[in-house]
Design a protein. Structure first.
Length: 534
C-alpha cells in the first residue's frame, strides 16, 4: 500500500478513535462577573456590549473558536445558591438553597449529599472519568470530595470560601502573594498540572476552575494595574501620573482624593485582565497537550457584577437582568466557530448537557430542572431544546435585600415583589434594560405566567417569604437571649472582681454583639416593610 494511502488510513482511524472517546469538560466559573464586563460582546451585532476599558483577549479567542450566549442565566444573583444549583442541575428553589445564610435551609437541615452532583454523574457513567475542583467552593456543600471530586485544592482548615480569595490562610490571615492576586495564577498552575496528569493517563476528565475574581476585595498585579492607571489617565485627560496607592496600603493617606475612584477603576480592570491571563494559561496548556479538540470549555459567572451592568438593570443581589444574566462562552467538539446562540439557557442545564455529551447510559434523577444544551452547542439558534416543564425560575426570598422572584418564559420575564406581591412584566428580548413594564397592558400574560410560577414553587416546596423572615427573627432573638445571659453571668463575676480587665473586655464585646443583633432585628423588620424594587 502506498505511503500516502497509509497515512490517510491512519488519520481516518485516529479520527474514529478520537470521536469514540468520551469528551473532556472544563468549567471555568468567574465570581461576580457582569454581562458586559469583558471585551467580548455577548451579542455580536451589538459591539457596545463589550466593555470599553477591560481587555480580555483570551476570552475573545475562546469566543472566536466557539459560541457566545446572549441569553445565559446564572441560578441566583448571589454566589452560594448559584454554586449549589449548578452542581445538582436544579433551580435554587428545588435544591433548597436560595440565598447567602439561608436560614430556612439551616433550620430544615437540607442534606446536599442526597443529590447527584456533576462529578458523581460523570463518575457513574462508566466512562472512566476523573474529576477535579480547584478554587472557590460552596459553603453549605462543605468538602467537594464528599460530592464525587477525586481531586481538590481544599487544603485549608475550612472548605474554600470567599475569604480564601482574600487570604492564603484565612484563619491565620496569611497574605496571598502579590504575584498571585485572587489566586488567579496558582489556580492556573494547579489546573495545568492536572491536565498534564490526564494527558499521561488518558482518562477523560471534568475539571471545574472556580475563580475568586472578581469578588471584592479587588486585587491585581502591579504591572497590569500600572497599564490601566495610565490608560485611565489618558482617557480622563489627566496629565499627572496616577499614584499606585490603595486604601489598604500603609501610606494610603498619600493618595490624593481626586485619584481614588480612578485607581479603583484601574485596579478592577487589571484584575479582570489577570483573570483572563489565567484562563489563557489553562487553554494554552490544553492545546499544547493535544487535548483541546476533544474538550468542551464552558466559561460563565456565578452572578451579575457588583459594578455597572449597563445596559442591563441592576446587578449583584438584584433579580433584574443585571443580577442574573451573565456572560457565557462555549468551545469544543462540533461547536461552530464564531457562532452565537440567542435561546435562553440556564446553568442548571449543565449537568443534563454533560450527561448527554458524555454518552452516559445511566438514567438521570427525575427531579432535575435542566435540559441538554447539546442541540444548541451544535446548531446554535437552529437547535431545538427539549420542552421544560416550566420556564426559567429564579426564586430569591432573601431576608437581607430586596426579595423578588423572577420567571422567564420565552421572550417574557415576570417579576414578583415578595413583600408586596406586586407584579411587573417585561419583554426582555426587545427590552433587555427592563424599562417598559407591560403588566397593565398584558394582564392575561401576567395571569398565565403567575399560575405556572406558583405551580412550580408549590411543587418543589420553595421557601415562602413569611417563613424566611420569621426564621431569621427567631434565629436573631435566640442569639439575643444568649448574649443577655452571657452578659448577666459576666456581671455576676465582676461583682467579686470589679477590676478584672479580662472580664471587663469580655463584657464590652458581648454588649457590642448584643447591639449588633438588636440593630439587625430592626433591619430585618425594615426589609419586611420595604416596597422598593431597586
Amino acid at each position: 500500500m502506498k505511503p500516502k494511502i497509509l497515512a490517510l488510513l491512519f488519520l481516518a482511524l485516529a479520527s474514529l478513535a478520537w470521536a469514540a472517546s468520551p469528551p473532556n469538560f472544563i468549567l471555568i466559573y468567574a465570581d461576580d462577573l457582569g454581562y458586559a464586563q469583558t471585551s467580548v460582546p455577548m451579542m455580536k451585532e451589538r459591539p457596545e456590549l463589550a466593555h470599553s476599558l477591560h481587555q480580555t483577549p483570551h476570552l475573545e479567542k475562546l469566543a472566536a473558536r466557539g459560541m457566545r450566549f446572549s441569553n445565559a442565566y446564572c441560578p441566583s444573583p448571589v454566589c452560594t445558591p448559584s454554586r449549589a444549583s449548578i452542581q445538582f442541575g436544579m433551580t435554587t428553589a428545588r435544591v433548597g438553597c436560595i440565598s447567602i445564610h439561608d436560614v430556612v435551609m439551616n433550620k430544615r437541615k437540607v442534606d446536599f449529599e442526597k443529590n447527584l452532583s456533576l462529578a458523581e454523574m460523570l463518575k457513574e457513567s462508566d466512562q472512566g472519568y476523573h474529576t477535579a475542583h480547584f478554587g472557590k467552593g460552596c459553603t453549605p456543600m462543605r468538602w467537594f470530595k464528599d460530592h464525587g471530586y477525586d481531586e481538590t485544592d481544599f487544603i485549608h482548615r475550612h472548605p474554600n470560601g470567599n475569604a480564601h480569595g482574600d487570604w492564603w490562610e484565612p484563619v491565620d490571615k496569611t497574605l496571598i502573594p502579590r504575584d498571585d492576586p485572587k489566586r488567579v495564577f496558582s489556580l492556573a498552575r494547579s489546573s495545568m498540572e492536572y491536565l498534564g496528569k490526564r494527558a499521561k493517563d488518558k482518562k477523560p476528565f471534568f475539571l471545574m476552575i472556580s475563580h475568586y475574581a472578581l469578588h471584592v476585595r479587588n486585587m491585581s498585579l502591579a504591572s497590569t494595574r500600572r497599564k490601566y492607571l495610565d490608560l485611565v489617565a489618558e482617557r480622563e485627560g489627566i496629565d499627572e501620573v496616577i499614584p499606585d496607592i490603595s486604601r489598604f496600603d500603609a501610606n494610603a493617606q498619600d493618595m490624593p482624593a481626586k485619584f481614588r475612584s480612578h485607581w479603583e477603576r484601574a485596579n478592577y480592570a487589571a484584575m479582570m485582565e489577570d483573570m483572563d491571563a489565567s484562563v489563557g494559561m489553562v487553554l494554552d496548556k490544553l492545546k499544547e497537550l493535544g487535548l483541546a479538540e476533544n474538550t468542551y470549555v464552558i466559561f460563565s459567572s456565578d452572578n451579575g457584577g457588583g459594578a455597572s451592568n449597563a445596559p442591563l438593570q441592576g446587578g449583584k443581589a438584584r433579580m433584574w437582568e443585571g443580577g442574573i444574566r451573565v456572560p457565557m462562552i462555549v468551545a469544543g467538539p462540533r461547536v461552530p466557530a464564531g457562532s452565537q446562540c440567542d435561546l435562553p439557557v440556564a446553568q442548571w442545564d449543565y449537568l443534563t448537557t454533560m450527561h448527554d455529551l458524555s454518552g452516559s447510559r445511566q438514567p438521570l434523577p427525575k427531579n432535575l430542572d435542566g435540559v441538554s444544551l447539546r442541540p444548541v452547542f451544535e446548531k446554535g439558534n437552529q437547535g431545538k431544546l427539549a420542552k421544560r416543564d416550566t420556564g426559567l425560575v429564579f426564586h430569591f426570598p432573601a431576608h437581607y435585600t430586596i426579595p423578588i422572584t423572577s420567571y422567564r418564559d420565552g421572550d417574557y420575564k415576570l417579576m414578583r415583589h415578595l413583600n408586596t406581591g406586586e407584579l411587573r412584566l417585561f419583554d426582555v428580548a426587545r427590552d433587555m434594560g427592563e424599562t417598559k413594564d407591560l403588566s397593565k397592558s398584558m394582564p392575561n400574560k401576567v395571569k398565565a405566567m403567575s399560575h405556572k410560577l406558583d405551580d412550580y414553587l408549590e411543587k418543589v416546596g420553595a421557601w415562602t417569604m413569611e417563613e424566611v423572615y420569621d426564621t431569621r427573627l427567631d434565629e436573631l432573638n435566640g442569639w439575643i437571649v444568649r448574649k443577655k445571659e452571657e452578659i448577666a453571668e459576666c456581671e455576676r463575676k465582676l461583682q467579686s472582681k470589679p477590676e478584672d480587665k479580662a472580664l471587663l473586655g469580655r463584657r464590652a464585646k458581648l454588649r457590642e454583639s448584643l447591639r449588633k443583633y438588636l440593630r439587625t432585628v430592626e433591619e430585618v423588620s425594615e426589609n419586611r416593610r420595604s416596597a422598593n424594587w431597586l
